[in-house]
Design a protein around this ligand. Structure first.
Ligand SMILES: NC(=O)c1ccc[n+]([C@@H]2O[C@H](COP(=O)([O-])OP(=O)(O)OC[C@H]3O[C@@H](n4cnc5c(N)ncnc54)[C@H](O)[C@@H]3O)[C@@H](O)[C@H]2O)c1
Length: 375
């Protein structure tokens, strides 16, 4: 395995050094990776979120509360969000806090809308009232689009929609974002506001319930057969660092005053990496076995299945053309990295060091793939 080639010290970046950043949802899977990455680049990071949604969590395993300013609070509470903004005095906000699970959104639709829609309203309103914020990156989802169940990938200009409460709440969060951008953030001195839409991100340190890769890791570690629903469902899988790298690039452009980046952006994998669930299961089993672990055969999940979109692809031409963003890892490598992360941490390695090592390796890989693309 290739890890450790990239140097963590090389991550320090002038544009981020000393930069005050607020990350909402920093106790979650993506927020933990992002907080570590921003901190490694030299940013002064404050996080605002409820306690980690899972136990174990990357937030606890990588001891993130000891690295950044950690504020526990609820995005449904405008006063709490305003207080966090007053404490952090951020120049940049990455808004990730959300109820992110489709199945849970059927059980808790009111909480899902309250968090995902009004939470977004509160973060944007706190930024509007604060006056020092320069750039905001609001994280929604590829599921924000009206899903036509067709083979063509969705573009940023496609209509918002969503069948299940989670997807619909992310479509609503996009509408809220567009309204704040047009109504309050149109002046050159106002915060520049972008929204980012990624597909199914996967990576080490995700212990969410009801997500394929965490379900597989849990089953392999427990020595039981994973239960798989919707084996034919095709999703745009990508490593969490691919999406986060895109979010960071957007923030950098907004900070540089390039206000035409204050818009919606898709970040998804190469077409070949939109794969069925069954492919991921087999590849994870193979990588787990190659790494010396035992991985049982998967079994079909006979439990109830609420509606979930069957086919979803993103058209990322815009990020490619305007940002030069492109995936640096293919799906085979992504799965190798996930297996390496979990095997290392289960074997006693320090989760923070393993995560930072992968961030450094990713930064090296993405600058090489950028060089290749520019050549
Ligand atoms: N993981 C994916 O595949 C994926 C795909 C597309 C979009 N997203 C989006 O990315 C973001 C992060 O997702 P994740 O996978 O890290 O989820 P996660 O469940 O691991 O983390 C969610 C974070 O939001 C916080 N949170 C939840 N409700 C809150 C509330 N009411 N107030 C304050 N904080 C609250 C949690 O404490 C946690 O920090 C979400 O907006 C999600 O919708 C994730």
């Amino acid at each position: 395995m290739e890890h450790g080639r990239g140097a963590v010290e090389a991550l320090v970046t002038p544009v981020w050094q000393g930069r005050r950043v607020l990350v909402t949802g920093h106790t979650g899977f993506k927020g933990s990776w992002l907080s570590l990455w921003l901190h490694a680049m030299g940013a002064d990071v404050t996080g605002f979120a409820l306690p980690p949604p899972t136990d174990p969590s990357l937030f606890a395993a990588a001891r993130i509360a000891g690295l950044i300013r950690h504020i526990e609070g609820d995005v449904r509470d405008l006063a709490a969000v305003r207080a966090a903004v007053a404490t952090a005095r951020p120049e940049v906000i990455f808004h990730l806090a959300a109820q992110p699970l489709v199945r849970l959104s059927y059980e808790q639709p009111v909480e899902t809308y309250a968090t995902n829609v009004m939470g977004t309203v509160h973060v944007l309103e706190a930024a509007r009232l604060d006056g020092a914020v320069r750039a905001i990156v609001s994280v929604t989802s590829d599921k924000c689009y009206e899903n036509r169940e067709w083979i063509w990938p969705y573009r940023e200009s496609d209509p918002m929609g969503g069948h299940d409460p989670y997807s619909s709440s992310k479509g609503c969060a996009e509408l809220v974002t567009a309204a704040w951008r047009k109504s309050f953030f149109a002046d050159p001195g106002a915060p520049a506001l972008a929204s980012v839409r990624a597909g199914n991100v996967i990576g080490g340190g995700d212990w969410a319930a009801d997500r394929l890769v965490p379900d597989l890791v849990r089953a392999f570690e427990a020595g039981v057969s994973p239960l798989i629903r919707a084996p034919q469902a095709v999703r745009p899988w990508q490593h969490v660092l691919e999406a986060l790298g895109g979010y960071i690039q957007i923030a950098e452009r907004l900070l540089a005053g390039e206000r035409h980046f204050a818009d919606g952006w898709n970040f998804g994998p190469a077409d070949d990496d939109a794969r069925p669930v069954s492919w991921i299961v087999e590849r994870m089993r193979a990588a787990w076995t190659e790494s010396g672990g035992a991985a049982s055969d998967a079994l079909p999940d006979a439990g109830p299945r609420p509606h979930e979109a069957g086919l979803l692809r993103l058209d990322c031409s815009k990020a490619r053309a305007a940002l030069g963003w492109r995936p640096a890892l293919n799906l085979e490598r992504t799965i190798d990295w996930i297996v390496a992360w979990h095997r290392a941490v289960a074997g006693g390695a320090d989760a923070r060091a393993v995560t930072l090592g992968q961030i450094a390796d990713y930064a090296a890989a993405s600058s090489q793939s950028g060089d290749r693309a520019a050549a």
